[in-house]
Design a protein around this ligand. Structure first.
Ligand SMILES: Cc1cc2nc3c(=O)[nH]c(=O)nc-3n(C[C@H](O)[C@H](O)[C@H](O)COP(=O)(O)O)c2cc1C
Length: 313
């Protein structure tokens, strides 16, 4: 029997796989389906302080093995998601879930976190520092001084478990720089990666872009797996061991989950392919990961977590 459970900080999750924020987690119906699935936890759609419509449609296009989106954080507002997680926590006090927050300003993030701090919520907050689709707003995760400023202000009052969702980095110096900032704070986890921002997908027949906002959008799916793995591995080599890593990006099958864990992920999120398949994906991925582990004689994910070999070993 293989054990797919995982632990982050002092919390145990029955399965190391879950949804990624923004995909099929925007309302109660979506979230209840996740609760009924084998996923080890759920994360709610990234919340802003108030209801937000997001960007004009079309804002999402499915591609073979991936997608592009310029959603722009359409969501029901923090109160809706906080109310949901609090009710769920009361009904299932032994479960930990994630509440995603994505203010478009520092003030919005601090106001939302004060509200969460003042509530009974005892799950994990996932602070999204990496939405690539908000016009006029840079991805905070690419401004290292700003990340430090935000985390300094957040941890001045917020003392429950909190992690950050990061954009992909493409330069080794940037890995060093972001890790140096993150290691100065009592983060519970980092989630790497958000969509690869500002890709362009074209409809060659129409000779036109595939989505609005000039055609630019965040890319998810198979195209981004090598970038996601490099980020999970790069952070795993640089972060202090108290900060767990949630690996996200390009997960379509059990091998992809296995690879994320080999790179150091304690938990793995699925976005694009979960959107394609719905909650039944968690049964399939669990079966596929279990088969890989059984074939290799691994009983638990700790048997291979972070143990990627290189030619230098
Ligand atoms: C339609 C869509 C909406 C998304 N919305 C959010 C969001 O609200 N918050 C967030 O942190 N990430 C959001 N993401 C990014 C995903 O959580 C994930 O990081 C990214 O898609 C990479 O994973 P994948 O390759 O499995 O899709 C969204 C992705 C998609 C496809």
């Amino acid at each position: 029997m293989t054990d797919l459970s995982t632990t982050i900080a002092d919390r145990t999750f029955s399965n190391c796989m879950m949804n990624a924020a923004g995909v099929r987690c925007a309302d109660e119906n979506d979230l209840n389906q996740l609760i009924a699935s084998p996923a080890g936890a759920y994360v709610t759609k990234s919340a802003t302080p108030n209801v937000r419509e997001g960007n004009p449609e079309p804002r999402m296009k499915s591609l073979p093995g991936g997608c592009i989106n310029s959603m722009g954080l359409p969501n029901h507002g923090l109160d809706y998601y906080l109310d949901f997680v609090l009710k769920d926590q009361a009904a299932r006090p032994d479960k930990t879930n994630l509440l995603s927050i994505a203010g478009t300003t520092l003030e919005d993030n601090l106001a939302m976190l004060h509200k969460v701090a003042d509530s009974d919520f005892n799950g994990f907050v996932e602070l999204n520092l990496s939405c690539p689709n908000v016009p006029g707003k840079p991805q905070v995760g690419y401004d290292f001084d700003r990340v430090r400023e935000i985390l300094t202000q957040v941890f001045a009052f917020y003392d429950k478990p909190l992690g950050v969702k990061l954009p992909p980095y493409f330069d080794l110096v940037h890995f060093d720089q972001i890790a140096a900032v993150l290691n100065d704070f009592p983060l519970t986890f980092v989630n790497s990666i958000n969509s690869v921002g500002n890709g362009l997908v074209i409809d060659p027949n129409a000779e036109r872009v595939a989505i609005k906002l000039g055609g630019l959008g965040g890319i998810g799916g198979t195209f981004i797996k090598p970038t996601a793995l490099a980020n999970v591995r790069g952070l795993s080599l640089r972060l202090k061991p108290e900060i767990a890593i949630i690996g996200t990006g390009g997960v379509m099958n059990g091998t992809d989950v296995f690879e994320h864990i080999l790179c150091g992920a304690s938990m793995v999120q699925v976005g694009t392919q979960f959107g394609f398949e719905g909650t039944r994906i968690f049964k399939r991925l669990s079966k596929e990961l279990s088969a890989i582990m059984a074939a290799k004689g691994y009983q638990s994910i700790d048997d291979f977590k972070g143990k990627l070999k290189t030619f230098d070993d």
